[in-house]
Design a protein around this ligand. Structure first.
Ligand code: BGC
Length: 719
């Protein structure tokens, strides 16, 4: 554990909404060999040394279960040092004391919002002559009101660039947390991409709107030539309404507003202590004429490397794939969130669980998830219950099936994709505790009955007025109970633990489930019973499911719980053609419906914008919700056929069985695995299919009836 010589500091008087800036000036007389700055905050900070930004981390120290784990960062600042130095640190509320979540007046929210922010920092200087010095935060550091007059996660930022910082005063030391400090664990959030504005136009309602052509998460950077005191006011939106006017009622209570007071002359600015989800900006106030060149969207997300690529001959599917990647970028800001724009932006466990396989193929997310899973374990309640969101900003929320199961499903997937046991070692106790929680909470042995659940959230077979699909909640809960118990057994075996008790439990759940649920009523019930191998006759159930889907007009009726598995179930049991039919369907409900409506990210609702052009609702209508993007893992695994072998995780061994369809001319997918690049491409050529496969590992390739064991290399087959 790091020994700190520093003190936690904050302004002497609470500045309310105004962001404080701390300042330290000193002269360096000797030659510095190395300068390392350690920093953290209760809140979020931006540090500058001699005017230059320290590091690239945006919204540091990131978002963790702060009361249990608070990350600190270490920056090498040797190159930024001069003889006369000034270090400034601006501090915002960030996730620490923003008004989150926006819709609930919970006691915990009131408690969290009232918490005061502060910083802790230590600059460690090593001189050429071998001596060392530390410059540490203490009451001698200056503190003043910064130009940032307000900053908050949901509501945005207010900056007065015409304000010259004055009234420096000593800071106040306070007893901040020590035991919870940990070195940076996750990926840094960074400015990853820049998207130039595509157009500035006037809407029918007379509003001036900037369009980036792509929904992103981050903030706008604008350049303006202004008079001191000119005001800029910008609102953010994801879509235009059916008349082509600016719309953001779906942000609910999140104001997502920027207010900027100009200084004299040319200036370029972007917010520093908050973020937005947006494609459009409404310029409510903006001096002078506006041109697209004045606006750039800075895209901010966790620094993950892209590993996956999928492409095919159908441009609408390619747009869907693009939307899935953008959905991931937009919701991977240190915590896997449901959405980046409205008054939520929370680490919903169910959404994370649903999307993790796709996410782990698209990007290298091992570090990202490991950090979040440590938070999940830290937040697990004493009875083993897992909150609805992690960090647990809804402590009153009942643990729901398929949400809490993230505790088990996520570590297992990280293990499968990347092949390192460490994640299982770290999470094993937490995984078991979740299963034990269910065992203790259920009304009926061998099942999970009772409790409050989200069911098949947003299922298309939901009764009027409900968000929950028609699948029975006890059914879903019991199916996930079986699945999580099975994974605990598998994980325990990987780790060499005695899991006989869980094996017994698993058998009991399967037996009880079969007796209790001999028939399935909905698509999602079928899907879970088959995918979790609870149905006695899997093929027969799959046949019935296919028939049910066809009877439903070859369309899905599933929600969050059933949708991620539906195509997998179909193609595993001989219905690949039907799986493709669902994937290629353009009418509502379908993945391509939103593409036809111009989506650039994945929508929360299949019909966020309905056929008549109206919005589904203002209440629950995010246009950047990654969950249904989970369909990409079917494209990697079934359409392109790339499967990681469970006994040889991390793509140590690969099973490759591409499944082509004649409605596409070609399709290709690749994953940069820890073993190297695996790539699969198929192309129709004169009525035959050419398969081109590159594998970095020993693989089994299966084309039609033929199965071949191969060494790493490139292969071509004809089918
Ligand atoms: C979120 C979801 C989440 C759900 C729980 C919503 O408000 O946006 O994605 O999983 O609540 O039911």
């Amino acid at each position: 554990m790091k020994e700190w010589s520093a003190k936690w500091i904050r302004p002497r008087e609470d500045m309310g909404d105004i962001c404080p800036v701390f300042q330290k000036k000193w002269n360096t007389e000797k030659h510095v060999k190395k300068a390392e700055l350690y920093l953290t905050a209760l809140g979020v900070y931006e540090a500058r040394l001699n005017g230059s930004r320290v590091g690239e981390y945006v919204l540091a120290p990131g978002w963790t279960a702060y009361e249990k784990r608070l990350q600190y960062q270490k920056y090498d600042v040797t190159d930024l040092l001069k003889e006369e130095n000034e270090l400034t640190i601006t501090l915002g509320k960030g996730w620490y004391s923003s008004n989150m979540p926006g819709w609930e007046m919970s006691k915990d929210r009131i408690r969290r919002t009232a918490r005061r922010t502060g910083i802790l920092g230590e600059l460690s200087l090593t001189y050429e002559d071998g001596t060392e010095e530390k410059i540490s935060t203490d009451s001698i550091w200056n503190c003043a009101q910064s130009q940032i007059r307000f900053s908050e996660i949901y509501d945005g930022e207010i900056c007065d660039a015409s304000y010259s910082v004055k009234g420096w005063e000593p800071s106040a030391e306070f007893e901040g947390p020590w035991e919870t400090l940990i070195p940076q664990e996750g990926e840094e959030i960074r400015e990853m991409e820049r998207v130039e504005a595509k157009a500035v136009f006037t809407t029918p309602a007379g509003e001036t709107v900037v369009d980036f052509g792509q929904e992103v998460t981050g903030y706008v950077e604008f350049t303006v030539d202004a008079k001191a005191g000119d005001r800029i006011k910008i609102l953010h939106g994801e879509v235009l309404d059916q008349d082509g006017n600016f719309y953001n009622a779906n942000y609910r209570s999140a104001k997502a507003e920027l207010i900027y007071t100009c200084r004299e002359g040319m200036q370029t600015w972007h917010p520093v202590l908050t973020f937005f989800g947006f494609r459009y900006l409404k310029l409510e106030e903006f001096p002078g004429e506006t041109k697209p060149e004045q606006f750039t969207a800075i895209v901010v997300y966790s620094n993950m490397k892209q590993t996956g690529r999928i492409r095919c001959s159908n441009s609408e599917l390619n747009q869907l794939f693009s939307n899935i990647f953008w959905g991931q970028k937009g919701n991977f800001l240190d915590v896997p969130t449901d959405c980046p724009q409205r008054d939520e932006r929370l680490g919903w466990t169910g959404d994370a669980q649903v999307f993790i396989k796709t996410a782990s193929y698209n990007y290298d997310t091992e570090k990202f998830y490991k950090k979040w899973l440590h938070d999940l374990a830290a937040e697990q309640r004493s009875d083993g219950a897992v909150g609805q969101v992690i960090p647990d900003y809804l402590p009153e929320g009942a643990p729901s099936a398929a949400w809490g199961d993230a505790a088990v499903i996520c570590p297992w997937q990280v293990y499968l994709t990347y092949g390192e046991k460490e994640v299982l070692e770290d999470q094993f106790e937490s995984m078991k505790k979740w299963v034990d929680y269910i065992t203790g909470a259920t009304k009926d042995d061998g099942l999970w009955t009772g409790g409050e659940h989200f069911g098949d959230w947003l299922g298309l077979d939901a009764p009027v007025g409900s968000y929950k699909g028609s699948s029975r909640e006890d059914f879903i809960a019991s199916a996930f109970y079986a699945y999580s118990t099975e994974l605990v057994v598998k994980a325990g075996k990987v780790l060499g633990r005695d899991v006989s008790a869980y094996e017994g439990l698993y058998k009991k759940i399967v037996d009880t489930f079969r007796k209790t649920y001999p028939v399935y009523h909905t698509q999602t019930e079928y899907i879970l019973a088959i995918w979790f191998r609870l149905a006695e006759n899997l093929q027969k159930s799959a046949d019935e499911l296919a028939e049910l889907i066809q009877k439903d007009g070859s369309q899905m009726r599933t929600g969050f719980v059933g949708t991620p598995y539906i195509l997998h179930v179909l193609s595993r049991y001989g219905y690949t053609k039907l799986a493709y039919t669902l994937l290629l369907r353009k009418e509502y409900p379908s993945w391509l419906y939103s593409v036809e409506k111009g989506a650039t990210t994945i929508w929360e609702h299949w019909d966020g914008i309905m056929e008549n052009g109206e919005f589904w609702s203002t209440d629950m209508n995010s246009f950047n919700h990654y969950a249904y993007g989970a369909v990409a893992d079917w494209v990697y695994e079934e359409a392109a056929g790339i499967h990681v072998e469970e006994e040889a995780p991390g793509f140590e061994k690969i099973y490759i069985e591409p499944k082509a369809d004649d409605r596409l001319e070609w399709l290709e997918a690749s994953i940069q695995t820890r073993k190297g690049l695996v790539e699969s491409r198929w192309t129709w050529q004169d009525g035959r299919i050419k398969y081109e496969i590159t594998t970095p590992s020993e693989s089994t390739i299966c084309i039609g009836e033929k199965t071949e064991k191969v060494k790493p290399g490139r292969y071509t087959f004809w089918g």
